[in-house]
Ligand binder design. Sequence first.
Ligand code: SF4
Ligand code: SF4
Length: 415
Amino acid sequence: MKPEERMLRREDTAELLSRCVQCGFCNATCPTYLATGLELEGPRGRIGLIKSMVEGHSVSAKTQLHLDQCLTCLNCESSCPSGVEYRRIIDIGRAWMKDRIPRGIASLLPRVIVSKMMSHPRGLGLGFWVGRCFKYVLPSAFQPYLELPRRLSPDPSPANETLKTVLLLKGCVQRHLAPAINQALRDLLGKLGYRVIEIGDADCCGAVGHHLGERGAAKAQARKTLKALRPYLFDASLKGDQAPIIMMTSSACGLMLRDFEALYQNDPEMAEEVRRIHQYTLDPVELIEHHAPEISNRIDHERVKGLNLKIHEPCTLQHGMKLKGRLTALFFSLGFTPSQGKAPHLCCGAGGVYSLMNPEMAQSLRQEKRRDLGLEGEADTIALTSNIGCMLHLDSKGEVIHWIEFLRGVFKEEP
Ligand code: SF4
Ligand code: SF4
């Protein structure tokens, strides 16, 4: 029996599945159900398929298709009144499916390429280089990932008073496509008095492998992140109040780090390490909101006068990390008056690598989200988000930007 299956046959699998009372409330907030109207394209239907699979009934390519079409946006988790942990159930379903339903070459090849590239960052750099050379013959779903990196912001100023240590992960895709986002956070935290250590040795945190339902690949990708963080997690001089903060500017990566506990469940040797990572990991909004009064005095509101400011809170932030409304509230507390559109809970279709694997559904959700955010016609609209995947997917000409870059751009040097 594979280690993966040992984990999946644990006694609580049945308990996880039994919590679903099949009421169907979740269907009302599921983007794929709303787009198709099909029961098997909604969470209740998918949970039914997974239950049937783990109970030993036969599975087919149809099951694979319906699980592949799930964005893992976790909107269903937020709307479920019974507390069903859909994220655990879909992980179980995808792992069971992996060895039971062979993939055709058209589905397998892009998964293997993306998974291997993320496990070998030099390959990722080379992949971007080759991709840019062949930009105009590649499908449109790849285009957002082939733009040249955005311009860097000015060098960070040194911290004048150390509050705490922030371990800032460089990320994988982001370091190639938008290094200015991390630079802006470093700069901002330095001005607020934090000591920022950028962790460059960690590559993909495992989120890509996880999104593809490849548990083994996710662990292989996570290994370097764990290795890079380990010395700080057990540094006796950084205990209690001085324990470091682990941070990344992509909310998808933040969610993955917090969910390392699930990736390494049933692995007692890793238990303390992943517990500390969960405890120390913060999304930037959870730190910056404590400094709102100080920052609001230093915002150059003249520079943003007349802007139609929108906030797109990624699913990983609102449904994954359960920080719904916090980014919008932060901007209100800083003196802005942003809006979120009529359906802020719905996914934009980026879904990690979903937009590469399921371009049709991803494009349809993108168009809806762009319309809802006013990016299709409302003048002077800028949408702020907290995840590079959503940013690249939604953007067309620089009107979707990371909120940290925006904040750094309007931050006055002197109060
Ligand atoms: S996941 Fe929750 S909301 Fe959806 S059918 Fe099951 S119990 Fe109902
Ligand atoms: S994770 Fe998102 S797409 Fe998947 S079933 Fe839940 S709401 Fe639907």
